[in-house]
Design a protein. Structure first.
Length: 131
């Protein structure tokens, strides 16, 4: 499904009834996809850490501590925003804290921890992303 600005109002109300981390990630990704589709960000994607198995083959996904999502802003620098979603009671793991420390040392990279969709909107607005 291609998400547009018009479809966002339905996305926000329906997905935030559940207060799980996976529903927050889903809502944030749909919002980011809307921004991508209208040209306000260049790219967004979900990142999965750990490992998976298909048949007899086991393969590694992203490293431990990798944020849940990332997006590349459509600004003159191509700022990369790493986004970790947490519930109200959620805390960063040691691996996530290490990732945050690495990201904060880089130019044009930002690390966000969001506990609701409104915080994501607020952070992106501060970074110059129009809605």
């Amino acid at each position: 499904m291609r998400y547009t600005k018009r479809s966002w109002s339905a996305i926000g109300s329906q997905t935030m009834k559940k207060r799980t981390e996976s529903s927050l990630v889903s809502a944030c990704l749909k919002y980011l996809q809307c921004l991508e589709n209208i040209g306000h960000i260049i790219w967004c994607d979900r990142l999965n850490s750990g490992s998976a198995q298909q048949g007899k083959y086991r393969f590694r996904l992203c490293r431990e501590g990798t944020p849940d999502m990332f997006c590349i802003l459509n600004d003159f620098k191509g700022t990369v925003v790493w986004i970790e979603a947490k519930t109200d009671s959620g805390e960063l793991t040691e691996g996530q804290k290490a990732w945050e420390t690495r990201v904060e040392s880089l130019d044009c990279h930002v690390y966000l921890v969001v506990k609701d969709i409104d915080k994501l909107k607020e952070h992106l607005k501060f970074l110059g992303v129009k809605e």
